[in-house]
Design a protein around this ligand. Sequence first.
Ligand code: SF4
Length: 116
Amino acid sequence: MEKVNLTCIECPMGCRIEVEVENGKAVSITGNSCPRGKMYAENEVVCPMRVVTSTVRSKSGKMVPVKTDKPVKKALIFEVMKTINSLSCNTPIRIGDIICENISDGANLVASGNVD
Ligand code: SF4
């Protein structure tokens, strides 16, 4: 049995969570203060996921802040960043506009700010 220590990133409290892992599954989770922390810990030991934030250069040269609209597999973030770096978009752009559909596993890349 392996012990994994995590800091929950689901809210600013940052609870320290200890997970006991057996055969790739969480068999014991302690230290979380709420169910979100338990879910975070379970996912973190099996398939860690992250929302990706970055910027895309628009055709006018302005930088557009972007993020994935849901978490993507941490193991695929390098590929997602490569795609983001190859993108360009038109302005003006508004929060929530889709910059790239299905950039990874059904997650879209959307604008996270307005750019005129
Ligand atoms: S376990 Fe719950 S309270 Fe603690 S950091 Fe995670 S989300 Fe916040």
